[in-house]
Structures are given as structure tokens and as C-alpha cells.
Design a protein around this ligand. Structure first.
Ligand code: MN
Length: 128
């Protein structure tokens, strides 16, 4: 079985590096984008198994990016985890209502994060 490929869309270099290092440590392949439009383009060309999508992106925020991904039949089936700095209940509900599969809150809990990723991938693997 080949390693799952995960696209990280994150504008903050420190967070991007943390996510990349964590995912690679756990055996995943990573792809990167630093803006919403770049993330959409990368998702279309690479068809990753999962997308980690920062909500607080300049110009086009994560919710707007998700809307485009879900509206395109090529990318609508890719699971997307929201990564957000907001721990407020109203914001979490807004994200799940927008159609994100999961969300994780910054700062990332490095012990819990791998199981969130793994369970999201499992749920979206056909035939399991
Ligand atoms: Mn950000």
C-alpha cells in the first residue's frame, strides 16, 4: 500500500513546517500550497487523498476554498480537515456546517493530530 498523499494549504511558514514534519514523520507524503487559489490548483492536478486547509488565509479564506473544491466534481470527494486558530463553538459549528470533514485547532496537538488524520483517511477509503 502506498503512503497517502496529503495537501497542506497554509500561509504561515512555521505552521506549514510543523504540519509537514508531523505528517512525514507518520509516513505520509505531503504537498504544499500557500494560498487558496494555489491550493485549489494543486488539488485539481495532484488529487491528494486528504487536504489540510487553513481557515485564516489571505484574500480567499478556507471556507471559500472548500466551496470551490466541493463545487468541482473532480475534487468534491476529497476529505478536507479545517485548521483554525479559533476554538469558539460558533466557529466550529460554522466549519462543520460548511462541509469540512473534521477540524483541528491551532496550536496543533501533536499527539492527537495523527489519529484525526488517520481516522479521516480511513472513513474515506472505499471498501473499508
Ligand atoms: Mn493562516
Amino acid at each position: 500500500m502506498t503512503a497517502a498523499r496529503i495537501l497542506i494549504v497554509e500561509d504561515n511558514e512555521k505552521n506549514l513546517k510543523l504540519l509537514r514534519d508531523l505528517l512525514q514523520f507518520h509516513g505520509y507524503q505531503t504537498l504544499e500550497a500557500r494560498t487558496g487559489p494555489e491550493g485549489i490548483a494543486r488539488a485539481r492536478e495532484a488529487m491528494p487523498d486528504l487536504i489540510l486547509l487553513d481557515i485564516e488565509l489571505p484574500e480567499m479564506d478556507g471556507v471559500a476554498v472548500l466551496r470551490v473544491l466541493r463545487g468541482d466534481s473532480a475534487t468534491s470527494g476529497i476529505p478536507v480537515i479545517a485548521v483554525t486558530a479559533s476554538a469558539m463553538r460558533a466557529d466550529r459549528e460554522r466549519l462543520l456546517g460548511a462541509g469540512f470533514d473534521r477540524f483541528v485547532i491551532k496550536p496543533i496537538n501533536i499527539r492527537e493530530f495523527p489519529s484525526v488524520v488517520a481516522s479521516c483517511l480511513r472513513q474515506n477509503t472505499p471498501g473499508t
